[in-house]
Design a protein around this ligand. Structure first.
Ligand code: SAH
Length: 355
């Protein structure tokens, strides 16, 4: 099988393969077709951590597969567990030595995992720790699935919601992310409902339009962070390529295709995007759009020098927006005690090689 992105360094492993691809592989190595179904179930339903667990395969086949098609699942390097709410922040080591962060959050409605879609990121948002070292490489579909399977094994409970909101820009790794979503929601696989999957993007318009054509009922979140292009360009380089007008048009098309309510993420940065004028412009931009605004008091990252407005100012911003008939939530602070901003655990780890 060929790697399906322009980043040729990606290794495609057996966990990246769909069931039909696995059937071809089995036939190609002289095995019966039904072996594919067995292996697929072990990997994608039973969360097997090694071929040794696949007890309905012969010992010879297990040994051959282990030698020729290593599973290469992410290995847990560290986990930080919040004493406040049990949130777990995982650092995984990938087969090539790269590190990736994922977060498990417990809600009343179930367990939610926030996964990374790339090692690093090249989008350059000024408030974000994940982008400081640039993009190292894309993650494959299997490496995204592997984060979820490893967390389920570690935590011992099923994950019901998945958000692609960790390190990386999912629409900058389009094919792998769509393959990941199709496999994650496959009825023969992990079978997570499309409606319980959310992809967050900084606003890559061609990617949004392409996603609208996939016939996937997944949720889309847009990282807005500013109510006009001028302000947005100052904190998000991607805004130089796509205007808010183009983005809103693409989101409208996405909404018409999926009828999923849109989410707009707005990280509040003191003195940058928290003025009354911002409230008015935001309300105007979003008027008539079926959406939810998710306010995130910005997580301070040492390198950026940015701070969040105080609690009262955040609540006041919410109130003023609500007065303009916009649905607004303030992101619950999960794992406050362990929380560095996204990407900080990996960054700290790779810089010092140890925590
Ligand atoms: N690249 C994607 C997804 C990853 S970031 C995107 O841009 O949407 C997930 C969310 O966290 C985005 O809204 C991002 O802008 C936000 N974010 C990144 N760093 C942050 C910080 N220090 N404080 C608050 N939000 C942050």
């Amino acid at each position: 099988m060929q790697s399906n992105t322009e980043h040729s360094q990606e290794y495609v492993s057996i966990i990246d393969m769909t069931l039909p691809e696995l059937v071809s592989l089995m036939e190609g190595i002289g095995q019966k077709k039904f072996r594919a179904g067995q292996i697929y179930e072990w990997i994608h339903v039973k969360n097997a951590a090694s071929y040794d667990e696949m007890t309905n395969l012969s010992k010879d086949l297990r040994a051959r597969l282990a030698a020729e098609y290593p599973l290469r699942l992410p290995v847990r390097e560290t986990v930080q567990i919040s004493k406040v709410d049990g949130t777990r922040k995982y650092l995984f080591r990938m087969h090539d030595g790269n590190y990736v962060e994922s977060v498990l959050m417990m809600y009343h409605h179930g367990n939610s995992v926030c996964i990374s879609s790339q090692v690093g990121c090249r989008m350059g948002c000024s408030f974000c720790a994940s982008t400081i070292g640039g993009l190292t490489r894309n993650l494959t579909a299997g490496e995204m699935l592997g984060q979820i399977y490893a967390i389920e094994r570690d935590f011992g409970q099923r994950i019901s919601n998945v958000v692609v909101m960790g390190t990386g820009e999912p629409l900058d790794n389009y094919e792998n992310v769509v393959r990941f979503i199709r496999m994650l929601t496959d009825a023969d696989g992990h079978n997570i409902s499309e409606r319980n999957v959310t992809v967050s993007t900084c606003g890559i318009v061609p990617g949004i339009l392409r996603l609208a054509e996939e016939k996937l009922s997944i949720n889309l979140a847009l990282s807005l962070h500013a109510p006009n292009d001028e302000m947005r360009r100052k904190i998000m380089p991607v805004a130089k390529s796509f205007s808010l007008r183009e983005i809103m048009e693409a989101l409208k098309i996405y909404y018409e295709a999926t009828h999923r309510r849109l989410t707009f993420e707005y990280s509040l940065i003191a003195g940058v995007n928290d003025s009354d004028a911002c409230v008015r412009e935001l309300a105007q931009l979003l008027s008539g759009v079926n959406c939810l605004v998710n306010l995130i008091p910005v997580n301070p990252v040492r390198e950026t020098g940015m701070t969040a407005p105080d609690r009262r100012a955040v609540a006041a911003f919410q109130k003023k927006l609500e007065k303009c008939a916009i649905n607004v939530t303030i992101r619950r602070e999960m794992g406050r005690d362990i929380d560095g901003a996204c990407g900080q655990l990996r960054k700290r780890y790779t810089e010092t090689d140890k925590l």
